[in-house]
Design a protein around this ligand. Structure first.
Ligand code: ATP
Ligand code: MG
Length: 568
């Protein structure tokens, strides 16, 4: 197949011509939350009508959904086709699967087109979608089925046996849908049912406040939490992501690499791009392969690209001068802090800045760098207009600018409509997130005199050494500026005199792998003392082949810390 050559198809920004300041952004943001809202009906079906009048789509063949895999297979669906397939799937859910509005559906599929169809079909039927990563174990699945009381599960051949091994312990489960060419005892085959299903379906009129989805947090600090959102929360709340942070229009092709199990896939591979009528691009890769990613970025007319900081760290280790990215205009990252060094290298090679976003499964974008705003590397930008973000002390008082504190969102007198409803089945945990007038993110940060927010670390990751508070991110940023360091994780380690000291786990870049560790240790310590306040330097350094990470690629400092302190 020959991919389209659609250079520079994004001719304008979603932001108005006069958009030049953060203040304009706050003025522009004016969401209306109606009593009833359904993303399939109110957004996707609207685009289905509108796309017929969008000349460029017809001329260029730009779809609403564009899927490719490593084998050269390709699927392109317009909004009309997405509508057609998802209405048939909606009929399967209410027909053969006998699901009713409010019933829960566990969806465990890799990045295959059916994942998107199930997402939309759940919206159409008012069933509550619970996406899970394909890397779940039988125990994880059992826990999720029992906590959620899901009535239906959708998965593929690789996970069906795991499901069958625990299904007898899940009395609520009434339908199992299989995405496969082969038959399996006790399972309904989605493909067969779709073929015979009607494409006529009337979308359920869901209330804005009705439950829409339950996403799992990444499990960076402990076991993942089930986080429930309403129809308006992601469906309307992610407008701020799509319009202002991703800056998408219906001319854009957006590629976000997240795994289907995490909220980031709802943000940037479903709601935010489709709110703007943009094309959702998906490359189904069995694993993150840097060369493939770069080929895809240069080969397809992708205008906006979002991936995790860990992925950018891998990408800048490649020889980027071997590629050109003719269509790429906007690069983004979220999920962890991005090192200024990595942003610099990416810009040098592509000419493009990386716009950072900060948010949680529990929220939509909390803060970010928005188009037209000066980027201060190391800061994740300014608060999203959707929230009143403050830095507060442990008693719930706002602290002065320049002081470290808890990053928090004001929830009184009005709880923002785009904040999660609850942790499913865990009222106590939900209550613990709220203090005084605020929702606590569990992260620590500082606001500077220009209103930019700086990430210090997750509350548990901050190191207290000889009276100093040290955020791991600053030390990691200093380390990665040295050519020897591909990436690192900084945690506290016990010390008889100081109580805690800074310890760095360092993955060496390929050129330094054979160098003497003793020499490198001294060199890196001197380097950190030179580029940052000397008290932050890592007194201990251990060289490792890799760092412990979540499935979504986040560094699990908690694991390293527990090892240091002989816990867990
Ligand atoms: P768990 O809550 O299960 O421990 P998690 O917090 O990693 O996992 P997510 O909801 O996926 O689960 O991630 C949100 C967290 O990711 C934030 O609270 C913050 O710690 C971190 N994060 C996200 N974006 C950024 C960013 N731009 N800079 C720094 N940290 C970020
Ligand atoms: Mg969290």
């Amino acid at each position: 197949h020959s991919p389209l050559k659609l250079h520079q198809i994004r001719v304008k920004s979603s932001l108005p011509q006069n958009f030049n300041s953060y203040e304009t952004l706050r003025q522009l943001y004016n969401p209306r939350v109606p009593e009833y809202f359904n993303f399939a009906k109110d957004v996707l079906d609207e685009w289905e009508t509108k796309e017929k009048h969008l000349q460029h789509r017809e001329n260029s063949g730009q779809p609403a959904f564009w899927w490719v895999n490593d084998g050269g297979d390709e699927i392109r669906w317009s909004f009309e086709e997405l509508g057609f397939h998802s209405r048939r799937l909606a009929n399967v859910l209410t027909g053969e699967c006998q699901l009713h509005r409010g019933d829960r559906v566990l969806l465990i599929l890799p990045r295959i087109p059916e994942w998107w169809l199930v997402n939309i079909a759940c919206l159409r039927t008012g069933t509550v979608l619970i996406p899970g990563t394909a890397q779940l174990t039988a125990r994880d699945i059992l826990h999720r089925l029992q906590t959620s009381q899901a009535k239906c599960v959708v998965t593929d051949e690789s996970l069906a046996p795991l499901l069958d091994s625990v299904a007898s312990e899940c009395s609520s489960l009434q339908a199992k849908l299989l995405v496969s060419d082969r038959k399996r005892e006790g399972w309904l085959r989605l493909g067969d049912l779709l073929r015979s299903a009607s494409a006529e379906h009337v979308c359920v009129d869901t209330r804005s406040s009705e439950a829409m989805t339950i996403f799992f947090t990444s499990g960076t600090t402990g076991s993942p939490k089930m986080t429930q959102h309403s129809h308006c929360s992601y469906g309307i709340g992610l407008t701020v992501n799509g319009r202002y942070w991703l800056d998408l229009t219906h001319r854009d092709v957006m590629w976000n690499t997240s795994d289907t199990g995490w909220a980031k896939s709802a943000w940037s591979s479903v709601f935010a791009p489709w709110i703007q009528g943009a094309c959702v691009f998906v490359h189904h890769m069995p694993r993150f392969d840097t060369a493939r990613v770069l080929q895809t970025l240069s080969r397809y007319p992708i205008t906006a690209f979002c991936t995790a900081p860990t992925a950018y760290r891998m990408l800048v280790q490649e020889d980027l001068s071997r590629y050109t990215f003719p269509s790429l205009q906007h690069c983004l990252c979220a999920g962890e802090p991005i090192n200024p060094e990595v942003m610099g290298k990416w810009k040098e090679a592509t000419g493009l800045d990386i716009y950072e976003g900060y948010g949680q499964t529990e929220t939509v974008l909390i803060a970010g760098t928005f188009k037209g705003m000066k980027i201060k590397p190391g800061s994740f930008g300014k608060p999203s207009p959707a929230y009143d973000v403050q830095v507060i002390d442990d008693e719930g008082n706002v602290v002065p600018q320049g002081t470290e504190g808890n990053l928090a969102i004001r929830v009184k007198p009005h709880k923002p409509f785009c904040l999660f409803t609850e942790y499913t089945g865990d009222a106590q945990r939900t209550a613990e997130c709220f203090r005084g007038d605020f929702y606590l993110t569990g992260d620590r940060g500082i606001q500077d005199e220009d209103g930019y927010l700086w990430f210090v670390g997750r509350s548990d990751d901050v190191i207290l050494s000889a009276g100093y508070r040290i955020g791991p991110f600053e030390v990691e940023n200093a380390l990665i500026e040295h050519g020897a360091v591909a990436e690192s994780a900084v945690v506290s380690s016990p010390d008889p005199i100081r109580g805690e000291v800074v310890k760095a786990f360092v993955v060496l870049s390929s050129e330094y792998k054979t160098r003497s560790h003793d020499e490198l240790r001294v060199e890196l310590q001197a380097h950190v003392k030179r580029v940052t306040a000397p008290y932050k330097y890592p007194r201990k350094i251990e060289f490792v082949e890799q760092l412990p990470k979540t499935v979504s690629g986040k560094i699990r400092r908690v694991e390293l810390r527990n090892k240091e302190w002989g816990r867990g």
